[in-house]
Design a protein around this ligand. Structure first.
Ligand code: XIL
Length: 331
C-alpha cells in the first residue's frame, strides 16, 4: 500500500500544453493529466532560458500556467530547476568564463531569490542543483561540472561553497520547499552517487538546507537495471534526506522503421517501471515518484536518443501500456 502522502507525478510542458486551459473543456492531454497524477513538474517552463531570458527580465507566463493548472486540479508542483549547465539563456552562456565567483554568485542569488520567491508556497520540492556531476566516461571522470556549468566554473575554487549558498538562498525564499540535488545515472550505488553522497554530507556539515536527493531514472533497455537502487535511496535517507524518483522513463531500442517493441521488450519495460516504484515504496523517506511525460505523444526521448522510443507509460493515443497497469497495481 502506498503511503498516502507519496506524490505521483509527471512532467508536463506548460508552454505547449497548459497555457490554454478551460476546466470545462480540457484537451485530452489536460484531462488525463488532471485525473492520473497528484504532482506536476514543469518540463521546461521553470528553466533559466524560460524564466530569465535577459539579465533584467523575468517571464513567468508559462510556469504560472503550470501552477494554475495544478492548483485547479489539486495537484502539487515540483520545481525544476535552478542551477544547471543546460538550457541557460544566451546571456548566461556568453558570460560564462568571464565572471568572477562573486559576480556569478550575485547573478545566481538574484535568480534563485526571484524565482523561488515568485512561487513561494506553491512548490513542495525544488530541484535546486541539476546534473552537477560529470560521469565516469566524461573527460576527467566523476567530478563537479566546473567545466560546463557556468556558475560552478566561476567558483571552481570552492564549488561546494557556491552550492551551499544556492540552497540557503532557496530556503530563505521559500522555507517550506524541500530542496533537492537531482541527476541521471544516479539510481544505483555507483561512482557518481558515491560523489553525491559525499557532497550531501559536506553540504549538511556546512549547515546548508539540503533536503532531498532525486534519481532521475531515465532508463534504457540498452543497459541493465541496477538493483542497488533501494540501498542507494536508503543511504541518502539515512542522512535525514527525502529521496525521490524524479524523471522516470524506460526507452526501448526500436529496429529501423519499427514503432512497436517486441513482447519481451514490453515485459522488460514493465518490470523496470515496477522496480523503480517499488524501491520508492520500500523507502519511507521517498516522497515523490514522477514519470517524465505520460504519453509517447509528448516524450523527449525520440528527439534526443535516435533509434529509441516507446518510453512512457501510455501510447500516443493515451492508451495505458502494461507498465501503467503494473504501477497502478503496485499502488
Ligand atoms: C528535457 C525536456 O524533456 C525536453 O523537452 C528539453 O528539450 C530538454 O530537457 N534531465 C532533466 C530534464 O533534468 O530537465 C530534461 O528535460 C531531461 C533530462
Amino acid at each position: 500500500q502506498a503511503p498516502v502522502d507519496l506524490a505521483i507525478g509527471t512532467a508536463a510542458w506548460g508552454e505547449q500544453m497548459l497555457t490554454d486551459y478551460d476546466p470545462a473543456a480540457p484537451t485530452e492531454f489536460q484531462d488525463v493529466l488532471s485525473r492520473q497524477f497528484s504532482s506536476v513538474t514543469p518540463e521546461n517552463d521553470m528553466k533559466w532560458d524560460a524564466v530569465h531570458p535577459a539579465p533584467d527580465v523575468y517571464d513567468f507566463a508559462s510556469a504560472d500556467a503550470v501552477v494554475a493548472f495544478a492548483k485547479a486540479n489539486h495537484q502539487k508542483v515540483r520545481g525544476h530547476t535552478l542551477l544547471w549547465h543546460s538550457q541557460n539563456p544566451a546571456w548566461v552562456t556568453e558570460a560564462s568564463g568571464t565572471w568572477t565567483c562573486d559576480q556569478a554568485k550575485d547573478v545566481l542569488e538574484d535568480h534563485i531569490r526571484t524565482v523561488v520567491g515568485h512561487f513561494k508556497g506553491e512548490i513542495y520540492e525544488w530541484d535546486v542543483a541539476n546534473e552537477i556531476f560529470k560521469d565516469t566516461w566524461d573527460a576527467g571522470g566523476v567530478s563537479l561540472r566546473t567545466d560546463r556549468n557556468p556558475f560552478l566554473k566561476a567558483c571552481a575554487d570552492d564549488p561546494v561553497g557556491l552550492l551551499a549558498d544556492a540552497f540557503t538562498w532557496a530556503h530563505e525564499a521559500d522555507p517550506d520547499a524541500v530542496l533537492f540535488l537531482n541527476d541521471y545515472n544516479a539510481e544505483g550505488i555507483n561512482e557518481k552517487t558515491d560523489a553525491y553522497y559525499d557532497l550531501a554530507q559536506q553540504l549538511l556539515d556546512r549547515g546548508a538546507p539540503l533536503g532531498g536527493f532525486g534519481a532521475q531514472a531515465h532508463l534504457s533497455l540498452l543497459y541493465g537495471f541496477d538493483a542497488s537502487l533501494q540501498a542507494n535511496l536508503e543511504r541518502f535517507a539515512a542522512l535525514g534526506l527525502k529521496v525521490a524518483i524524479t524523471e522516470a522513463d524506460v526507452r526501448i531500442p526500436l529496429l529501423d522503421g519499427e514503432t512497436e517493441p517486441t513482447a519481451e521488450q514490453v515485459a522488460t519495460q514493465t518490470e523496470r517501471y515496477q522496480a523503480l516504484l517499488q524501491a520508492c515504496l520500500n523507502v519511507t523517506a521517498c516522497s515523490s515518484f514522477t514519470v517524465w511525460g505520460f504519453s509517447d505523444a509528448h516524450s523527449w526521448v525520440p528527439d534526443v536518443f535516435p533509434g529509441e522510443g516507446w518510453a512512457t507509460i501510455s501510447d500516443e493515443d493515451y492508451t495505458p501500456k502494461p507498465a501503467f497497469d503494473a504501477l497502478l497495481t503496485s499502488l
